[in-house]
Design a binder for this molecule. Structure first.
Ligand code: ATP
Ligand code: LTN
Length: 327
């Protein structure tokens, strides 16, 4: 199957991004044709520093590789290096209604948080995302829960286009992890763990042992002292339990059994230990890759862009033909 997904080169990648998206990417790369993108054109819809963008893009590529994306099995590339994404985005603008865009939760939240009025890129963001996905005849899109709505919109856009201009696009499906599709903030389990959230809300994939220990120590818990999965009544402990299970590669049920009668304090110590141990190889690999950023990492991106470009350029010819444009 053809798989496509992407992450914005903004902020530090955290264990929510890992559990929700990257862990799925790694599993899928063994049996499928995977394309993993660094979506820089999405990142520029939020405030950013042009001086730092290039470095963030390379850093994100390093994160993908350090976390376990194998460039021999998957293509890794930078969105803006394949111009067909923006071209298809424009075409898809013409089959998308403003109402659909205004209903998107991410747009509502991000535009509300702005002091000034939101830029049009923030509203049109999901159309560019649909272009990313549809350009490659993608079948599955592995993402966290917050992106489900955008994938639904991509499906609707594809269906509308196909109806108007004849069958052109595959209808993609979102793929969410069974547990951990929405890892919550360590500071407030009502909010999603997020790169742009409050300090200490997230554990970065590359946090050192001391930072991990401090963050877990200050993570909020629930009132009684029982460790069980009950997201409604015990949202904080349920969240920590999912994180624990994901890094121990065991089910939540197995973790509950293992932790029966254990106090929150001991649970936090165990969780710290598991995280420190699981994240150590990522830190080590990143250090190695950082030394090879100019040659090795940039070479992988350029190979990935070539592969993506070959697929995208033939698809765009088909789209232009269907739309009655001159090729
Ligand atoms: P921001 O705070 O800037 O919105 P983010 O932390 O949500 O950033 P993104 O780059 O938007 O990160 O998301 C990258 C991928 O990680 C997406 O597939 C998204 O669904 C997933 N993801 C993000 N946050 C979480 C989370 N808390 N739990 C599970 N998956 C998540
Ligand atoms: N909007 C996504 C990033 C993204 C994406 C994509 C994910 C852009 N294009 C295509 C999957 C497929 C986010 O995580 N914020």
């Amino acid at each position: 199957m053809r798989i496509f997904s992407g992450i914005q080169p903004t902020g530090e990648i955290h264990i929510g991004n890992y559990i929700g998206a990257i862990k799925q990417w790694i599993k899928l790369q063994n049996e499928n044709e995977c394309i993993y993108c660094i979506v820089d054109l999405h990142a520029i819809t939020s405030d950013y520093s042009p001086e730092e963008l290039k470095e963030s893009i390379i850093n994100t590529a390093i994160v993908y590789l350090a976390a376990g994306i194998d460039p021999e099995r998957a293509s890794v590339f930078v969105q803006s290096e394949v111009k067909e994404h923006t071209e298809l985005c424009w075409y898809l603008n013409t089959v998308t209604s403003i109402g659909e865009l205004e209903r998107m939760t991410q747009y509502k939240e991000k535009s509300k948080a702005k002091k000034k009025r939101a830029n049009a890129g923030l509203l049109n963001y999901p159309i560019l995302q649909a272009a990313d996905i549809l350009l490659y005849d993608t079948e599955l899109v592995p993402v966290g829960e917050d992106q489900k709505q955008h994938i639904e919109l991509s499906r609707d856009i594809a269906k509308k286009f196909n109806k108007h201009f004849g069958k052109t696009f595959k209808i993609p499906k979102a793929k969410l992890p069974e547990k951990g599709a929405r890892i919550m903030s360590l500071k407030n389990p009502k909010n999603k763990m997020s790169k742009s959230g409050k300090k200490g809300n997230a554990i970065s994939l590359f946090d050192d042992p001391k930072t991990i220990e401090e963050k877990i120590k200050s993570a909020v818990t629930d009132t009684d002292n029982k460790i069980c999965y009950d997201p409604k009544n015990k949202p904080a402990i349920s969240n920590l339990l999912v994180i624990y299970s994901e890094f121990k590669n065991q089910t939540v049920k197995e973790s509950e059994k293992e932790l029966e009668g254990v106090s929150y304090k001991i649970f936090k110590e165990k969780l710290t230990e598991v995280l420190v141990e699981s994240l150590a190889p990522f830190r080590k690999k990143r250090k190695e890759l950082e030394k090879r950023r100019e040659v090795y990492v940039e070479e992988i991106l350029s190979r990935g862009a070539k592969r993506a470009n070959a697929l995208a350029s033939s698809k765009i010819v088909e789209v232009r033909r269907k739309m009655g444009l001159i090729n």
